[in-house]
Design a binder for this molecule. Structure first.
Ligand SMILES: [Zn+2]
Length: 271
């Protein structure tokens, strides 16, 4: 059955939007989206008539454990920037939109990132799912098997200890993953994992490498509107493209064994 036959709308594709920092105070950061732009995007999500879902709810539908609603859409955030609580969450609440934030646990409480209390408050609100995003934000596919498993498992444990409940979704830092990384996420007890791909998900997408579309500082509102209409990006493919496999060697030379930088303070974590 093709994605378009699965009751997900005319084109059958399912946009999973990925944001990082959302702020009215602009830094020189290509990943940061202005709060006014984010507000326009959320208005466009509502206008699209799509059904907003959290990560775990969507993964249940992909696995067939829950019904797939008509024309889903997901709004996700990576890293755990403090401005999520201050700027993005109020806009989400204003539009009544559920969302999912994937938190890098080693950055909790550091400059510009959510504090432990803020992560707890975000989860307690009930409409935002908190998922894990590793401890130190490495390219997990470049790590040894044990180190990757430790990063994945320890981020889950840290968040579950903090929140006092299960954490069931994960997002790969940098979107980087390979087969053994995906297996490690599944073995750690997660129900869903999110990649990047800059493609559109669909009802036949894989629940442990769900495709997302990154909204950056340079992304236009027209591009987001196109994605919400089901155009503007290709449907997600299964497996790994040859170019991704080839690029892993480039990333290995560039990043393996090197320190990971904090997104704001610039201090380095050695992994
Ligand atoms: Zn990240």
């Amino acid at each position: 059955m093709s994605p378009s036959d699965r009751g997900t709308g005319a084109s059958g594709v399912i946009p999973v939007l990925l944001y990082h920092s959302v702020s009215a105070t602009r830094r020189d950061d290509p990943w940061q989206v202005a709060a006014a732009d984010f507000r326009e995007d959320m208005a466009a999500v509502v206008a699209s008539g799509r059904t907003p879902l959290t990560a775990t709810r969507y993964a249940a539908a992909l696995r067939g454990a829950a019904a797939m609603p008509d024309r889903p859409v997901l709004i996700t955030f990576d890293d755990g920037f403090a401005d999520f609580a201050d700027e993005a969450a109020p806009i989400l609440a204003e539009f009544g939109l559920p969302a999912t934030i994937f938190v890098t646990t080693g950055w909790i409480g550091t400059t510009g990132m959510l504090s432990a209390a803020a992560v707890r408050d975000v989860a307690a609100g009930g409409s935002v799912e908190v998922g894990a995003h590793s401890v130190t934000h490495p390219h997990l596919d470049l790590l040894g098997r044990r180190a990757a498993r430790d990063e994945i498992g320890a981020s889950k444990t840290a968040l579950e200890d903090l929140l006092g409940g299960p954490v069931t979704s994960f997002a790969f830092p940098h979107g980087s993953h390979r087969r053994q990384t995906v297996a490690a996420v599944r073995d750690a007890g997660f129900d869903a994992a999110f990649a990047v791909k800059n493609a559109l998900s669909h009802a036949a997408d894989e629940p442990f490498t769900i495709a997302r579309y990154t909204v950056r500082a340079a992304t236009t509102r027209g591009e987001v509107a196109a994605v919400l209409s089901g155009a503007g990006a290709p449907p997600a493919w299964h497996g790994e493209r040859l170019i991704t496999t080839a690029y892993r060697a480039v990333r290995y030379a560039r990043y393996a064994g090197r320190p990971v930088a904090h997104p704001i303070e610039g201090w380095k974590i050695t992994v």
